[in-house]
Design a binder for this molecule. Structure first.
Ligand code: IMP
Ligand code: MG
Length: 184
């Protein structure tokens, strides 16, 4: 069984992702020159993006992870989220860049108070870098400082993004065939 066969359409190719991440890395290296930079990736989706992004950033940095859980079938509409794994290291007086796979409704970054929570720990700054932005679904405003690609209102998988825990390992961003998610 080959997971590529479940993909109806490739939206963003491996090469496009790599090219854009190079640009983001150059920009971030410039913007944070001389500052103590900590990237905080949100598990699990952002892990692959983080791994490629840090290798395109030329200034010194460290990285850490947080995990967030949504509850219930209507968690997407209720916005109930909980911090499952906290940072390992203090971020006091450091410049934090939150790394996310996709900003959809905005609740993960807002109602979980991730951004506010990190700010309250006396970080010197907290900004957001997302691989994908899906603005059509936004419910709460999230200040996005770095965005890889803006995507239309489609459920996407690959490059860290999953459907029922699968497809994170695809090297590109794609759309599933309707029969895979029961839509066809
Ligand atoms: P938000 O809280 O609605 O902004 O959603 C952000 C999270 O929802 C992301 O970190 C993903 O885990 C998940 N998500 C939102 N849209 C998609 C999608 O199209 N494909 C896969 N996961 C998604
Ligand atoms: Mg996520």
């Amino acid at each position: 069984m080959d997971i590529n066969q479940d993909i109806a359409q490739v939206l963003i190719t491996e090469d496009q992702i790599a090219g854009r991440i190079k640009e983001l890395g150059i920009q971030i290296s410039k913007d944070y020159e001389g500052k103590e930079l900590v990237l905080v990736a949100i598990l699990k989706g952002a892990s692959i993006f983080l791994a490629d992004l840090v290798r395109e950033i030329s200034i010194p940095l460290s990285f850490d992870f947080v995990a967030i859980s949504s509850y219930g079938a209507d968690s997407r509409s209720s916005g109930v989220v909980r911090l499952l794994k906290d940072l390992d290291e203090s971020i006091e007086s450091k410049h934090v860049l939150v790394v996310e796979d996709i900003v959809d409704t905005g609740w993960t970054l807002r109602l979980s108070y991730i951004v506010e929570n990190l700010r309250s720990r006396k970080a010197a700054s907290v900004r957001v870098c997302t691989l994908l932005d899906k603005p059509s679904q936004r419910k709460v405003d999230v200040g996005i400082d770095y965005n890889g690609f803006t995507v239309e209102d489609k459920y996407v998988v690959g490059y860290g993004l999953d459907f029922n825990g699968k497809y994170r390992s695809l090297p590109y961003i794609g759309v599933l065939k309707p029969e895979v998610y029961g839509g066809g």
